[in-house]
Design a protein around this ligand. Structure first.
Ligand code: B12
Ligand code: SF4
Ligand code: SF4
Length: 224
């Protein structure tokens, strides 16, 4: 199969998994190391398949003053679906004779620096799925930040997208919504520490077991 057919095949397969958002990134533009993984993989697996599932509007409406238990459940179920979709897609690619690596939707491998093996936001940005917004999240033109992502790396030749070259424009909806005041006019000034402290507080006070919040997701609706 050629590049176009391969790409059509991947897109159709993910649609069959009910995936809402799809893109391919050329991993030569991914300048970060793959944390805690053999770096030769980065040389070999040159295509990053970025895909995502849209969060339920109903669940997001429950987020008024921070994370709710129903949002916690939804978050975990989407992670599960994303992990399963990544695994099934990788199996399908490997059945065709290529190599694929499914990542975890949400798994820390470096606790000190709070990092995963790979940044789904960065891969999505390279693939042209969305842009990094003032809220520090990957913002899809239609679904806003209301998408959770995963990544599969592969050596299957694919038609890679390009960064969208868009930004938040006049929108500032997330700035006043953030309970930590962590979101600023310039995305570069996002207050990572302030956000983390608020998530830690929610985790303890609401007995969540996870660093979640979701207020800046709810605020960032895109065009949907
Ligand atoms: C660890 C983590 C966190 C940590 C953040 C620590 C950190 N270092 O980023 C904590 C617990 C605070 C967190 C919070 C949240 N997270 Co989180 N998180 C992750 C996780 C598991 C790993 C991220 C990682 O490796 N970061 C390391 C750096 C290198 O990569 P990066 O985060 O993409 O960072 C980029 C920028 O943030 C920036 N940057 C990073 N650090 C710094 C520091 C400074 C000073 C500066 C200037 C820039 C900067 O540069 C990077 C490259 O573009 C990812 C899943 C994944 N594997 O990608 C989810 C992920 C990023 N989280 C997600 C979400 C939704 C959230 C929350 C809303 C919580 C929730 N679910 O309710 C909040 C949002 C906070 C916010 N507004 O950014 C989603 C984002 C989806 C989207 N549409 O963008 C992801 C992709 C999970 C998923 N499967 O969808 N998260
Ligand atoms: S996750 Fe919560 S505290 Fe962090 S930036 Fe978003 S709204 Fe603010
Ligand atoms: S809510 Fe508006 S300003 Fe905030 S990240 Fe989304 S598009 Fe950008």
């Amino acid at each position: 199969m050629g590049i176009d057919k391969n790409t059509e095949f991947i897109e159709a397969y993910l649609k069959g998994q009910d995936v809402d958002v799809f893109g391919v990134g050329d991993m030569s533009f991914y300048d970060k190391e793959l944390v805690a993984l053999d770096n030769s993989l980065k040389e070999r697996l040159t295509f990053g398949i970025s895909f995502g599932l849209v969060l339920s509007k109903g669940i997001l409406e429950t987020l008024t003053d921070g994370p709710t238990l129903i949002y916690l459940h939804h978050y975990r179920q989407l992670n599960y679906r994303l992990d399963m979709a990544a695994y099934l897609l990788s199996r399908e690619i490997e059945r065709k004779g290529f190599v694929a690596m499914p990542f975890a939707a949400s798994q820390l491998v470096d606790w000190k620096d709070q990092r995963a093996h790979i940044s789904h936001k960065k891969v999505g940005e390279i693939a042209g799925v969305g842009w990094i917004g003032r809220n520090n999240l990957l913002v899809h033109p239609v679904f806003g930040a209301q998408v959770r992502y995963n990544t599969v790396l592969t050596d299957m030749p694919l038609d890679a997208g390009k960064p969208l070259g868009k930004d938040c424009g006049q929108c500032r909806a997330c700035i006043s919504a953030c309970p930590a005041g962590a979101i600023r006019e310039e995305k570069e000034n996002f207050d990572h520490q302030g956000c983390y402290l608020m998530l830690n507080k929610f985790k303890k006070e609401r007995n969540l077991g996870h660093h979640i919040c979701g207020i800046c997701i709810r605020a960032c609706r895109g065009e949907r």
